[in-house]
Design a protein around this ligand. Structure first.
Ligand SMILES: [Zn+2]
Length: 361
């Protein structure tokens, strides 16, 4: 408020209650008991044609409606809502009753914030012992893990044995860019909006927290306690699937079985065997196999046998619809594998047909 407070700007606030007094700002105490609600205060403000309005909190349709109207008629409106993160603020306003098209044009940005305890810089102590998988699961990017230096609390006379001293803010800023506005207007689900906001540059609260942990300002446990990993991040069964080792000749999938898991080749190779005959070989690391049963719910049409020492990742087949729906990048690889295999099969059929035609000719 202080940075906006200039001689030539007219600034009005409605607060419940007024906590700090600012010079040059007209502050009104909201008191529902005597009929002075946020909505009433706002209406009174608009008659005074201010430049900037601060509304302590938006929690009902009356307040939300006037705040949006004020914003749409050229006033800068600042307010707070209690939600989990920035994209959730949009859903909350829609729930309150504001039409999405109005939000798309009236909202400029949403800042979400959390307070976390700051590590006592006198006694903080290096922490290791997190596994690579743990760190990935918490949201760290692969690239930063090798150089990661994390600290934890210890306790000394400066922090009176607590290990933490003072607090720091974690911020998630969602700018309503053209793309974000389009998404709000189209009423996309909240996790989709979050995804678009991230593409448009929003750093999620968890990532903001991990950044603070990386520079030793706070501990990882404090960040895990204060923030949640967003739905945008991959679930455990994708980040950290079961890894299995096989020896030459081991059967990974048995023909006619009704299991539905699917797999990704990590190392080695596998043979696809139908009725005792080898019909294909999968040798490309990263290639998926066994997904047909998960899609069709039919018994296994072939056996998959390890060729030499082979390492695979196992994914739960019942999660396949979720993978396709929510993790298009993973689904894309999966379908690429299928398309490649179908092409191979097609080529074989064409060759066979070709040979037969020539014989007849
Ligand atoms: Zn200390």
């Amino acid at each position: 408020m202080n940075s906006l407070n200039k001689e030539e700007t007219k600034l009005l606030t409605a607060e419940d209650p007024v906590e700090f007094n600012f010079r040059g700002i007209n502050q009104v105490n909201v008191n529902a008991e005597v009929g002075m609600t946020f909505a009433k205060a706002l209406k009174a403000f608009l008659r005074q044609d201010p430049d900037i309005i601060m509304v302590g909190e938006i929690r009902d349709m009356d307040t939300a409606e006037i705040a949006i109207k004020a914003a749409m008629t050229g006033h800068l409106v600042l307010s707070t809502l209690h939600t989990n993160d920035s994209p959730a603020t949009i859903s909350r306003m829609v729930d309150i009753g504001i039409p999405p098209y109005m939000l798309a044009s009236a909202v400029t940005m949403v800042l979400s914030q959390r307070l976390a305890r700051r590590l006592c810089q006198k006694c903080k102590t290096p922490i290791d012992g997190y596994t690579h998988e743990d760190l990935i699961g918490m949201g760290f990017a692969e690239a930063v893990i090798p150089d990661l230096k994390l600290y934890g609390p210890q306790g000394c006379s400066v922090c009176r044995g607590v290990g933490y001293k003072g607090r720091l803010g974690l911020f998630e800023l969602m700018e309503v860019t053209d793309e974000v506005a389009k998404a709000i207007n189209a009423q996309v689900p909240e996790d989709q909006l979050r995804k678009i906001a991230i593409q448009e540059g929003m750093v999620p609260l968890r990532d903001a927290g991990l950044l603070k942990a990386r520079v030793g300002e706070t501990s990882l446990e404090e960040i895990l306690r204060k923030t949640v990993i967003t739905k945008e991040s991959l679930p455990a069964y994708l980040v950290n699937p079961d890894i299995e080792e096989y020896q030459d000749g081991d059967i990974i999938v048995r023909q006619d079985n009704v299991d539905k898991d699917f797999f990704k080749l990590v190392r080695g190779a596998v043979l696809v065997v139908r009725d005792g005959k080898k019909i294909a070989e999968i040798v490309q690391p990263g290639e998926y196999f066994g997904e047909m049963s998960a899609i069709s719910s039919e018994p296994r049409s072939a056996s998959i046998v390890a060729k030499g020492r082979t390492t695979i990742k196992r994914f739960p087949g019942d999660k396949l619809p979720e993978v396709i729906e929510k993790y298009p990048d993973v689904a894309k690889h999966l379908f690429r594998s299928m398309v490649d295999r179908l092409e191979q099969a097609n080529n074989i059929i064409i060759k066979l047909a070709d040979g037969r035609l020539r014989k007849t000719a």
